[in-house]
Write a protein that binds this ligand. Structure first.
Ligand code: SAH
Ligand code: SF4
Ligand code: F3S
Length: 462
């Protein structure tokens, strides 16, 4: 496709005349993949593509994949098996289908994916999807699979369209990507590359566009978001706290969150922002992974339990109603019963409002996968169920503690049942409320009357 010789006007004409096509996007993994999927959809819109939920009518299928645990990768390959059938059926009906694998499996496995699953026409890593229309055209014209997994010199963000298409009143904004921490269990530094922070002016523009489209709550994303150090308008690196305060000035944006943070990078100015920046929500996801110092050291987490405890105490001093969420890995190589018991103790001590719990999954190329002392699967399973049980109780206690309180709820969408809407509490947990559809996009006080393990319900206070 030769766009270089055309004027912008003829590009527009071409876009208007492009035959209507459908794309089906399935997103695995973390919120950053959700953000990337939205950007890929936006990139394809000028080529005539609109989204469909029916894979059978899709001219383009994108699997935006996750490499974090073995299970996540297996899901991709089993999906590709089914997609082969769909592609064959469509071919029999005289229709072409381009199948693309994007995301972290694409980055980690590259050409191997197309070898293992020949149905795949395109493999594109998380740092190179800005050229998606060209890559698709290349796959179509050559009939051979195309693999693009370079980390380009120029960052992808500067090449993505500024216009965003917000679908709801909440949105994600990637502010930082990649990670230099190299926890010994984790693939992210290999799949997302070195840490990179976007500039404050670029982020302010994108956030303003989203606010103009009705976004009220923005979640800033980064694999290591509190290590953010993007260039400010004054040419100096700005911290996440400074960025948050800048974005808080945008009219219409009422709520800010950020995820995921590393305990080592909870700086004093960020902690202070939790105390005095009203738009910053009182909910923090701060992964700890284990309650035992020896395991944290083997994980190369670069912090101890005492340090984690201190950070939590400081943030709670700044913002007493802060709810803390975390991630745990059970069965890291060499983890003893006693060390696992220390994880259970930490749950009780910190009083997490929520936790994501995982069995350790050895990942190719990571240092921990080569350790000798791998924990047997049944032991991991047993530890996971004990941790889950403890966390379920704690989470239910947290949601129950909100009953009787009046919380500001941001209404997002219709709920199950006539006349019901679902909104978000400051603590993330969804709240079901009887309210007119006109409340969507509004923040209104709700008295919480009942709580389930992961959801709330209540009545509007008017
Ligand atoms: N950047 C974030 C998220 C990393 S992935 C962070 O630092 O927290 C999200 C979670 O997946 C991690 O916090 C960890 O708990 C889990 N995870 C990562 N690698 C894993 C592995 N090999 N096995 C099991 N869980 C893993
Ligand atoms: Fe992975 Fe550790 Fe980086 Fe998080 S901080 S992305 S767990 S290497
Ligand atoms: Fe998965 Fe990549 Fe996110 S491995 S968790 S999709 S950064």
């Amino acid at each position: 496709m030769d766009t270089v010789t055309k004027s912008p006007a003829s590009d527009v004409l071409e876009a208007e005349q492009a035959p209507a096509k459908k794309m089906y996007v399935k997103t695995f993994g973390c919120q950053m993949n959700v953000y990337d999927s939205e950007r890929m959809t936006e990139l394809m819109a000028p080529q005539g593509y609109s989204e469909t939920a029916d894979i059978g009518e899709a001219d383009l299928v994108i699997l935006n994949t996750c490499h974090i645990r073995e299970k996540a990768v297996e899901k991709v390959y089993s999906d590709l098996g089914r997609i082969r059938q769909t592609k064959d059926e469509r071919r029999s009906a005289g229709k072409q289908t381009v199948v693309a694998v994007a995301g972290c499996v694409a980055q980690a496995e590259g050409a191997e994916i197309a070898r293992r699953a020949p149905v795949v026409d395109l493999v594109v890593g998380p740092q190179s999807y800005q050229t998606l229309p060209d890559l698709i055209a290349r796959a179509q014209s050559t009939g051979r699979s195309v693999v693009e997994t370079h980390f380009p010199e120029q960052d992808k963000f500067s090449q993505l369209p500024i216009a965003r298409t917000a679908k709801t009143t909440t949105a994600f904004l990637t502010v930082q990507e990649g990670c230099d921490k190299f926890c010994t269990f984790c693939v992210v530094p290999y799949t997302r590359g070195m840490e990179y922070s976007r500039t404050v002016s670029e982020l302010t523009r994108e956030a303003e566009k989203l606010a103009e489209q009705g976004v009220r709550e923005l979640t800033l994303l980064g694999q290591n978001v509190n290590a953010y150090h993007g260039e400010g308008p004054d040419g100096t690196p700005w911290s996440l706290a400074k960025l948050l305060r800048r974005l808080a000035q945008i009219d219409g944006l009422e709520r800010l969150r950020y995820t995921t943070s590393h305990p080592r990078d909870m700086s004093d100015d960020l902690i202070a922002a939790h105390g005095d920046e009203q738009k910053l929500m009182p909910f923090l996801h701060l992964p700890v992974q284990s309650g035992a110092d020896r395991i944290l050291a083997a994980m190369n987490r670069k912090h101890t339990i005492a340090e984690y405890r201190r950070v939590i105490a400081k943030i709670r001093a700044a913002r007493p109603d802060l709810a803390v969420s975390t991630d745990f890995i059970v069965g890291f190589p060499g983890e003893t019963d006693d060390e696992f018991a220390q994880t259970l103790d930490l749950v009780d001590e910190i009083g997490f409002a929520q936790a994501f719990t995982f069995k350790y999954s050895p990942r190719p190329g990571t240092p921990a996968a080569k350790l000798g002392d791998q924990v047997p699967e049944p032991v991991k399973t047993e530890r996971l169920s004990r941790l889950l049980e403890r966390m379920d109780r704690q989470q239910s206690a947290f949601t129950a503690s909100l009953v009787g309180r009046t919380l500001p709820v941001l209404f997002e969408k219709a709920g199950r049942g006539e006349g019901k809407l679902v909104g978000r509490s400051p603590y993330m947990f969804p709240v079901t409320v009887e309210a007119r559809a006109g409340f969507i996009g509004e923040i209104a006080p709700v008295r919480i009357s009942a709580a389930g393990p992961a959801s709330l319900s209540g009545e509007l206070v008017v």
